[in-house]
Design a protein around this ligand. Structure first.
Ligand code: KIV
Ligand code: ZN
Length: 502
């Protein structure tokens, strides 16, 4: 029987520390539920001491999640640990994760503490966490730049005070696989009591080595990997969940371990996280990028047509990508549409489904050809989570402008009996359209990011726009799909503004 490697997901904590990401409680709950479906072992739900919002989100996740361990992060110190416990105490399987820097650089410049003070803080904080919770994880931050002898001492103190998991972070992504493997080996050889706890690793991707370092650690006996969906996380991100899980699965012959993840949920999880965070997935991203299973060169295509294994080491099906050759056209009914969505893994509420189906019909009519699985998925993403959405874009007209006339747009929005029409000028047609929508709703919003993707190839492809806005300090993400880029942008903009809590 292969040994099990535990998957500790930190998308909602370290992943949320990616620049520009700020998820609300509703989005976090949705991601946490999907992570449970994916089969991760631990969900690090957040850092409760940092804000009321984070505390509440962690508390709700702890309440909602049925089987998976729910973890809260806390700096070493009484008040952080107390609020972490308060947030997760109702979880079926709670875990407190406390951390403290051990490198001289951090001690001298950031914490201004001596090594003896660090030892004392480690002992006090682990003891305090253990007083609340039977499962306690301790992380010596910046472990890979810490003096090894001091690091071993701190780890031993954590074990003596009740830590059940020791997590070794490569906080700044400095290690290369050989270093990291040596460090893990040295920890097993030099830390008293290590055989009684779980050894975990947490790698950052500053040199693009997070997955390689995590694999090197597994080969030396680490049995938990911390990772995030789509590789999200501080700076260049964390170990990517989908990459580590698939590396373990595809190279089981070499690694001899397994995870409890249901790899068929990977694609759906990646899409959901991308949708809710507003972070697009790069097309050539391993495992979940749009091109990960696309063969471009004639030689490769020829090989794959003859026998898939000539150029494929895993099947698209393994990560939950279903046959996207299934197409629907303007004569397809609501039932077929719903079935196709469910095959793709999207379950929409009745109201969302009705709206999505109407949009599908409009687009199928406009395109005059059938819509692919990718097109249908993009429509689903625009309508997911819009139950009760009020404002609809019922009309728009744009002028690209000329020598003395700036680009302008007129939009009409409707909500039940209400109808608003506004005109605005802007730097371009998209800018003018978004301004007109803002004016119509009387909401001030700052654009954080704007991405356009063509879903399928060809000039008649649907454009898929993702927009992230900051509205009074709150981030909202919207998605819009159309054959026309200005309309897709307007829909995405409105989709985001409709999510602003009123
Ligand atoms: O990168 C890091 O050191 C962390 C710790 C809190 C584990 O995220
Ligand atoms: Zn980290």
């Amino acid at each position: 029987m292969p040994e099990r490697v535990f998957i500790f997901d930190t998308t909602l904590r370290d992943g949320e520390q990616s620049p520009g990401i700020s998820l609300g409680t509703r989005e976090k709950l949705e991601i946490a539920e999907q992570l449970e479906k994916l089969g991760v072992d631990v969900i690090e739900a957040g850092f409760p001491a940092t804000s009321k919002g984070d505390f509440e989100a962690v508390r709700r996740i702890a309440e909602r999640i049925k089987e998976t361990t729910v973890c809260a992060l806390a700096r070493a110190g009484a008040s952080d640990i107390d609020s972490a416990w308060d947030a997760i105490k109702d979880a079926k399987s709670p875990l407190i994760h406390t951390f403290l820097s051990t490198s001289d650089i951090h001690l001298e410049y950031q914490l201004k503490k001596s090594r003896e003070e660090i030892i004392e803080m480690t002992s006090d904080s682990v003891k305090r966490a253990k007083g609340y919770c039977k499962d306690v994880e301790f992380s010596p931050m910046d472990a890979t730049r810490s003096e090894p002898e001091f690091l071993f001492r701190v780890l031993e103190v954590a074990i003596q005070n009740g830590a059940t998991v020791l997590n070794i972070p490569d906080t700044v992504g400095y290690a290369v696989p050989e270093d990291f493997a040596e460090l893990i080996e040295a920890i097993f050889e030099n830390v008293g009591g290590i055989e009684n706890v779980m050894l975990s690793v947490h790698c950052h991707n500053d040199l693009g080595l997070a997955v390689a370092n995590s694999l090197a650690a597994i080969q030396k006996g680490a049995r938990q990997v911390e990772c995030a969906v789509n590789g999200l996380g501080e700076r260049a991100g964390n170990t990517s969940l989908e990459e580590i899980v698939m590396a373990i699965k595809v190279r089981a012959d070499r690694l001899g371990v397994e995870t409890g993840v249901n790899s068929k949920e990977i694609n759906r999880t990646s899409r959901l996280v991308s949708l809710l965070t507003g972070y697009p997935v790069q097309p050539n991203k391993a495992i979940v990028g749009r091109n990960a299973f696309a063969h471009e060169s004639g030689i490769h295509q020829d090989g794959v047509l003859k026998e898939k294994s000539t150029y494929e080491i895993m099947r698209a099906h393994d990560i939950g990508l279903v046959d996207s050759d299934i197409v629907l056209g303007k004569h397809s009914g609501r039932h077929a549409f719903r079935e196709q969505l469910e095959r793709l893994g999207y379950y929409l509420g009745e109201e969302e489904l009705n709206e999505a189906f109407k949009r599908f019909k409009e687009l199928a009519d406009k395109k005059g050809t059938s819509l692919s699985g990718g097109d249908i998925e993009a429509i689903a993403l625009e309508y997911m989570r819009t139950e009760g959405q009020q404002w609809k874009l019922t009309g728009y007209e744009v002028h690209s402008g000329g020598k003395d006339a700036p680009p302008s747009a007129t939009v009409t929005l409707e909500r039940e009996e209400e109808r608003r029409t506004e005109r605005a000028i802007g730097d371009g047609m998209v800018d003018a359209t978004c301004k007109a929508i803002r004016q119509a709703l009387g909401i001030d919003a700052e654009l954080i990011s704007f991405t356009v993707e063509a879903i399928t190839e060809g000039l008649d492809s649907l454009g898929d726009v993702t927009i992230q806005l900051d509205v009074g300090g709150k981030r909202v993400v919207g998605r819009g799909v159309s054959t026309d880029i200005v309309e897709a942008s307007a829909r995405a903009y409105l989709n985001a503004l409709n999510k602003v809590p009123r």
